[in-house]
Write a protein that binds this ligand. Structure first.
Ligand code: ADP
Ligand code: MG
Length: 258
């Protein structure tokens, strides 16, 4: 991999989505953004500002009208969507698990892609499970009978069983209670630091942002209006949009230790 090139880049990307009344609605203005290995980037903004749309463009769950997405300098259109999604998986707000055991769930992506199944004696896999706080005693349990927080951990581990380079997370903790969400925040940081992943997560949760983001891009009405370090943007916002958003949210960012 060329180290001069950011791991994931969106370059001048524009996107539209269908309107209920017919035709298309522009939901993302020309957007340029990048994230590097080991870095956690939060995409923050009000509901409907285009956060999920932007996230979904990264692994071709949506295609842009124009512009390009590059993974390690290579246009993602050169990779088939299933292959691309092993490198850039998306974990959604509500955990989705297939019927069957946790072990079965962790094997499913490889099975669907006719790749070699993960080996549960492989120290690298055991380390991954540990990093995601997936207890090995869960492996033979019915995945759908775990708590929501446990299910979210299994989804996270499943996303990373393959050759994951960038992890996309869409409102990853909004279905969790606060202690579980805080634990997950810690897990995200560890995954970035210890596995060198790039993490892009979408949220309107400032507490989560403060706890795990290195950098924040603030999206308003389909445009990035401010971008900077998490502490700069959360504590010294420069634009009226970010200031208004911060003052409308119940924040506890000042009392959160890093
Ligand atoms: P956010 O994640 O910030 O809440 P979204 O990316 O989901 O925002 O939505 C951005 C815009 O795209 C909104 O105007 C929304 O109504 C529209 N949109 C979102 N999902 C769809 C969809 N599946 N079909 C058509 N329009 C959509
Ligand atoms: Mg969304």
């Amino acid at each position: 991999m060329n180290r001069e090139v950011p791991l994931l880049q969106a370059r001048q990307v524009i996107a539209s989505r269908p309107k209920e009344t017919g035709g298309l609605q522009r939901v993302l203005a020309k957007t340029t953004l990048e994230v590097n290995s080991g870095e956690v980037l939060a995409i923050v903004g009000p509901s409907g500002s285009g956060k999920s749309t932007l996230l979904r463009l990264f692994n071709r769950l949506l295609e842009p009208d124009s512009g390009e997405i590059l993974l390690a300098g290579e246009d993602v259109r050169n990779l088939s969507p299933p292959t691309l999604r092993t490198h850039i998986p998306l974990v959604t707000q509500k955990p989705f698990l297939f019927p069957g055991s946790v072990r079965h769930n962790l094997q499913t992506p490889a099975r669907l892609r006719q790749m070699e199944l993960p080996d549960f004696n492989d120290p690298a896999l055991l380390e991954l499970l540990e990093l995601c706080h997936v207890d090995s005693s869960w492996l033979d349990r019915d995945a759908r009978k775990l708590s929501v927080g446990q299910q979210q951990r299994v989804c996270l581990a499943r996303a990373m069983v393959g050759p994951c380079q960038v992890l996309l997370l869409d409102e990853p903790t909004s279905a969790l209670d606060r202690p579980t969400a805080d634990q997950m925040a810690l897990t995200f940081r560890q995954l970035a630091r210890e596995k060198g992943l790039a993490i892009v997560f979408v949220t309107h949760d400032l507490r989560l942002t403060e706890r795990c983001a290195d950098r924040v891009a603030f999206l308003s009405n389909g445009a990035i209006v401010e971008e900077g370090s998490a502490s700069q943007l959360l504590h010294h916002p420069e634009t009226p949009e970010v200031r208004a958003f911060l003052s409308s949210e119940v924040t506890e960012t000042e009392e959160v230790p890093r």
